[in-house]
Design a protein around this ligand. Structure first.
Ligand code: ADP
Ligand code: ZN
Length: 435
């Protein structure tokens, strides 16, 4: 496949063999850098009796111990840096969804590499000079703010640092500036959709492209966002420990997220044993950052559950695809012995037309037995209709959930606006079982 205007850079379409060679070359130098410059890695590799020179083929990476979330906490704040502070030009922290915030540092070159990586993603979905890119994402600490901002500017798009909140004003700007592309978390995007509907300005929007990520969202939510805004909606995956956004992104095929193998070494392991899963099997994503100067993180257990597809994509890119992010392993709920991901519940609810755009899961325990209650916002018309219809809808939702989850749930229908809106990542689950 020749390199052309469809691609941001030549590495996107590097023949698979060359891509693997580049990846392995970078892997070796990342391990060397970590060993030489980060006390934590030197100690761990020595303890495991490994010298960086022992890594002679890609599979040898399995000899290196995993880096886990707690290692960020243990080395808080700067213990994992591989360069002196004089070379650090920026710090971000993870949003702290789970546990102590993770601190990440960047050299000037890291910022450059990262901006190009996210630019590659935006270019892939069609963002070009002349586009008006409204970044409806938190800029404080969160990597989704500046991460996308730099990339959109790098492409030459008109870039608006909109941030989150002030939703009506944001929508007015979308109309006035002729915004063509947006980035937000899917839960904030759903809120924006709701306000657009209230303001009755949907037909005044010029949107074409929506980039949504930083939390799980379902195919049915995608459909709702695409229909409401008249856009193509693309899934964006990243984590602060691996730069931020731009780690993996959907192409126009909308069939899996290309994960950039020239910047990351990719493994999928069984979350319990840490052993690699077979090709095409579900497991936890483990990433090694190949091009980060300030923080060369080795074999990081992301906690994210996914499936990898290595088959070449119709778009011509040679990088593998994450077929979906089901959620974090610690998002998984165990209810009466059955595993449930909130994203499965979202998927079921968002295909029922009477259901509104928000829901919440409440877990309780009654006489040793777990109870799961799904609070579902429904469209206004439903509440003004017959009580019988309400009962029927409730049962319909209950049946649909039971089919997907193989679990009986209580369904509570609530009015639009009853559940708190989220500006960033949604908090879907309230677990009252330990109380
Ligand atoms: P925190 O871990 O504190 O939330 P980050 O902002 O770095 O900090 O979040 C990264 C995490 O967000 C990922 O590990 C993953 O669990 C989740 N995430 C990011 N993008 C997606 C996506 N497209 N789909 C599902 N989950 C995502
Ligand atoms: Zn593709």
């Amino acid at each position: 496949m020749p390199w052309n205007d469809e691609y941001w850079d030549k590495e996107e379409v590097l023949p698979q063999k060359e891509l693997e060679e580049l990846q392995f070359k970078r892997l070796k130098s990342a391990i060397r850098r970590a060993y030489d410059h980060v006390e934590f890695y030197r100690r761990r590799l020595k303890e495991a009796n490994i010298d960086p020179d022992d890594i002679k083929k890609p599979d040898d990476i399995a000899k290196i111990p995993f880096t886990k979330r707690e290692h960020f906490a243990q080395n808080y704040p700067f213990g994992l840096f591989a360069v002196p502070k004089e070379r650090i030009v920026r710090i971000h922290t993870s949003s702290g969804t789970s546990g102590k915030p993770k601190v990440v540092g960047y050299t000037a070159k890291d910022i450059e590499t990262w901006a190009n990586m996210v630019a590659r993603c935006l270019y892939m979905v069609g963002v070009r000079p002349g586009d008006v890119f409204q970044n409806m994402s938190n800029y404080a600490f969160f990597t989704g703010g500046l991460g996308f901002h730099y990339a959109a500017e790098r492409i030459g798009a008109v870039t608006i640092p909109a941030g989150v909140g002030n939703t009506e004003r944001q929508i007015q700007y979308m109309v006035d500036f002729g915004t063509t592309a947006v980035h937000a978390t899917p839960s904030y995007a759903m809120h924006v959709k709701e306000v657009v509907e209230e303001m009755g300005v949907a037909d005044k929007l010029k949107l074409r492209i929506g980039c949504f990520g930083a939390e799980p969202w379902s195919e049915n939510t995608r459909k709702r966002l695409e229909d409401a805004f008249g856009i193509k909606a693309y899934d964006s995956y990243g984590l602060s420990e691996m730069n931020g956004p731009g780690v993996a992104f959907e192409c126009k095929e909308q069939h899996g997220l290309h994960i950039w193998a020239d910047h990351y070494f990719i493994e999928v392991v069984d979350p319990k044993t840490g052993e690699p899963v077979g090709e095409g099997e579900k497991g936890e994503l483990v990433l090694t950052a190949l091009t980060k100067e300030a923080m060369p993180i080795l074999r990081y257990r992301t906690g994210d559950i996914t499936i990898i597809e290595n088959e070449k994509c119709a778009c011509g890119r040679t990088h593998p695809r994450l077929m979906r992010i089901l959620g974090r392993s610690d998002d998984m709920l165990i209810v009466r012995g059955i595993n449930v991901f909130p994203s499965q519940i979202e998927h079921v609810l968002m295909q029922i037309p009477e259901v509104g755009d928000n829901f919440q899961i409440v877990l309780t325990r009654k006489e040793e037995l777990d109870e799961i209650t799904v609070r579902v916002e429904v469209r206004d018309e439903i509440f003004t209709g017959e009580l019988r219809d309400l009962k029927e809808l409730q049962q319909k939702i209950q049946r649909a959930l039971q089919r997907e989850l193989l679990l009986r749930t209580n369904v509570e229908l609530v009015e639009k606006g009853s559940i708190e809106r989220s500006m960033g990542k949604a908090k879907r689950v309230i677990d009252l079982r330990s109380i």
